[in-house]
Design a protein around this ligand. Structure first.
Ligand SMILES: NC(=O)c1ccc[n+]([C@@H]2O[C@H](COP(=O)([O-])OP(=O)(O)OC[C@H]3O[C@@H](n4cnc5c(N)ncnc54)[C@H](OP(=O)(O)O)[C@@H]3O)[C@@H](O)[C@H]2O)c1
Length: 244
């Protein structure tokens, strides 16, 4: 990715939630290869940087648990203390629980709201001053095709509602920070080959799912696009659908 019109990666700092495994890990590895400095927000930071084989000179791991409200601000504070700046935020951590309109467990709805929506909102709010100060701040929220439509009766009510809400948060963040050069993307992938998909009814069959590295490559590009090339929503679908 050496195009002269792209923003540099070296010298810039990206924060990624849920980088311990799955898509978040693939994003961390991809941005690391581009030369970013990274702050990983994870539930268990001890030993993570070494386990992932990343360069400890420019990668740090900090505790972030979306169910612990104070940890969002603490993670961003620790990021600024360690790296001195913040240029990009990837809200990736997320959970899935099955359940229809009639069968959903209310505790599961609350859990998905907490992790998939309020977590990203808290981290975004804490990160915005530094992202504004960057001058070219970028936010990528990992939503889903389930943030764009209700596929059929097997769709998880809580997941679909939370991912629609995350798309809404993305647009609200875009409006709040546009004048300061911050650009925000709601990335909406279909099924990705990770542990999360194992429990999703009606998901795209294994052979046709997205490789996490393909999604990570997309994130890497989104974070380096100049302000005049704004992608506020991007759908990566695995299947043929009427308008997605
Ligand atoms: N897989 C798909 O088909 C698919 C499709 C579209 C969008 N997505 C979205 O992509 C994102 C990544 O999912 P994935 O597929 O990589 O799933 P995954 O393999 O299950 O990984 C989920 C990540 O979220 C973290 N996490 C879970 N609960 C958390 C909490 N309370 N606080 C902080 N972190 C927490 C996990 O950390 P631990 O290691 O500590 O558990 C893990 O790093 C999610 O937002 C998901 O909704 C996935």
């Amino acid at each position: 990715m050496a195009g002269a019109s792209l923003l540099p990666a070296a010298g810039r700092v990206a924060a990624i939630s849920g980088a311990s495994r799955g898509l978040g890990r693939a994003i961390a590895e991809r941005l690391h290869a581009d030369g970013w400095a990274l702050s990983l927000g994870v539930r268990e930071p001890d030993g993570l940087v070494a386990r992932l084989g990343l360069d400890a000179a420019r990668v740090s791991a900090h505790r972030y648990d979306a169910t612990d409200r104070a940890s969002a601000g603490a993670w961003i504070e620790a990021t600024l203390a360690r790296h001195g700046r913040l240029d990009a935020l990837v809200n990736n951590a997320g959970i899935f629980r099955a359940g229809s309109v009639e069968t959903s467990d209310e505790g599961d709805l609350d859990a998905m709201w907490e992790v998939n929506v309020k977590g990203p909102w808290r981290v975004t709010r804490a990160a915005l001053p530094a992202l504004r100060a960057s001058g070219d701040g970028r936010v990528v929220n990992i939503a889903s095709t389930d943030g764009k439509r209700v596929r059929d009766h097997t769709a998880s009510l809580g997941y679909v509602m939370s991912k629609h809400a995350l798309v809404a948060l993305s647009h609200a963040t875009k409006h709040a920070s546009w004048e300061d050069g911050v650009r925000v993307t709601a990335l909406c992938p279909g099924a990705i080959e990770t542990e999360l998909i194992a429990s999703v009814p009606g998901a795209t069959p294994a052979g046709n799912r997205l490789d996490p590295r393909t999604v990570a490559e997309t994130v890497a590009l989104l974070l380096r696009l100049p302000a005049a090339a704004t992608v506020s929503e991007l759908v990566l679908n695995t299947r043929l659908e009427s308008t997605l």
